[in-house]
Ligand binder design. Structure first.
Ligand code: NAD
Ligand code: 89Y
Length: 339
């Protein structure tokens, strides 16, 4: 049995709890240290996961610990300084989405970790949800023939602001926070994008950013897709946090319906994800994907291969986010090559 990789987690907030549960389930990793500027969160998380060494300052942690990797679970503003710090410390990096607030920061992080000769993966986990993964497998196996149309749709009225209050404060909201995942699913299914157009709306007056976005994507593969997301949709039953998918190909069509039912020709598959021991509905879908993506990160380090959702790969997803805001602001189609 190979020795587990020794890791640390920076950021002990809302979502990091899932990441820590997942690390605890993975024999290939051992988290030995935690870092957070918030002393209460740090102490509570350390007690919850029985992690003895804690730091308020990431620089101090890198100086004191002998780490193989770091898991950066903070919000976007701190990603570049922390990723560059990790590169200087010579450790592998997994970093939460949104990876960067702009393309220049994202590119700089990719260059820094590449120069250190280490692996950089973005925690872009929606394409790793087991139901979404099954759809990706079907498409990549060519079962639908040549795909000419796709839709990735996330529409919900779930209150995400109570757990993540910062989401109500930013000038950007749904595309940067959630659309980033559905755009990434579209890339995983239909390939990279040549041009796109987007419209946005803010329906909820209590938040600063847009909570509805509708995007039209032209993929290099020849497929066209619609990626739509909303946190202003009252639906029954509520489908948070499911991404619903429709695909038309020359050999057949597929739907991933609400409730995790996959319909393909005359076949119906129940793709309901398991509720892991530490998970809870309705988040169990996302929580399972955290375990799957972190397992992928460890497997890639062991194999010396690039993660599917590497930092470099994620530049394409971030470019779609930028293109969507630009298109919505200027009311025009945006060519991706121009970004
Ligand atoms: P949060 O605000 O609850 O937690 C972030 C923590 O990081 C805070 O405790 C803060 O004190 C700490 N922190 C920030 N900068 C730091 C620094 N320089 N050094 C040490 N500690 C620092 O945020 P959250 O809701 O847990 O979100 C974290 C990230 O996870 C966000 O980027 C969010 O978009 C992402 N997220 C991803 C998913 C997903 O499915 N992939 C789901 C929810 C949130
Ligand atoms: O932050 C978001 C994410 O990545 O998944 C769902 C979420 O928690 C709220 O939109």
């Amino acid at each position: 049995m190979p020795q587990p990789l020794i890791g640390a987690v920076i950021g002990c907030g809302f979502f990091a709890q899932n990441q820590l549960h997942a690390w605890a389930d993975l024999p290939g990793a051992r988290i030995v240290a935690l870092c957070d500027r918030d002393a209460v969160r740090l102490a509570e998380t350390a007690a919850r996961f029985d992690i003895a060494r804690t730091y308020a300052d990431a620089e101090a942690m890198f100086a004191a610990e002998r780490l193989d990797f770091v898991d950066i679970a903070t919000t976007v503003a701190s990603h570049r300084p922390l990723v560059e710090m990790a590169a200087r410390a010579g450790v592998h990096v997994i970093c939460q989405k949104p990876f960067a607030a702009n393309m220049a920061d994202a590119r700089a992080m990719v260059v820094a970790v590449e120069a250190a000769g280490k692996t950089l993966m973005v925690h872009e986990n929606f394409r790793w949800q087991s139901a979404v993964r099954r759809v990706i497998e079907i498409v990549r196996a060519g079962e639908l023939g040549e795909v000419f149309f796709g839709r990735v749709s996330f529409r919900s009225g779930f209150d995400v602001f109570s757990g993540q209050p910062y989401l109500a404060e930013g000038k950007r909201f749904i595309i940067e926070d959630l659309g980033i995942h559905t755009l990434d699913i579209a890339r995983a299914l239909f390939g990279d994008v040549v041009r796109m157009a987007a419209t946005t709306r803010r329906i909820n007056p209590a938040i600063k950013g847009e909570d509805v976005a509708t995007m039209l994507l032209s993929h290099g593969s020849g497929a066209t897709s619609v990626v739509d997301c909303s946190y202003a949709t009252q639906r029954s039953p509520e489908t948070f946090p499911e991404s619903l998918i429709e695909i038309d190909g020359t050999k057949g069509s597929l739907r991933l319906d609400a409730g995790y039912g996959l319909v393909l020709a005359d076949r119906v598959e129940d793709l309901s994800p398991p509720v892991l021991a530490w998970a809870s509905r309705p988040w169990h879908n996302i929580q399972e994907s955290v375990l799957i993506i972190q397992r992928h990160f460890l497997a890639c380090i062991a194999a010396g291969s690039q993660p599917e959702t590497s930092g470099k790969d994620n530049l394409q997803t971030l470019a779609l986010v930028e293109a969507a805001y630009l298109s919505a602001a200027e009311g025009r189609m945006v060519e991706l090559a121009a970004l």
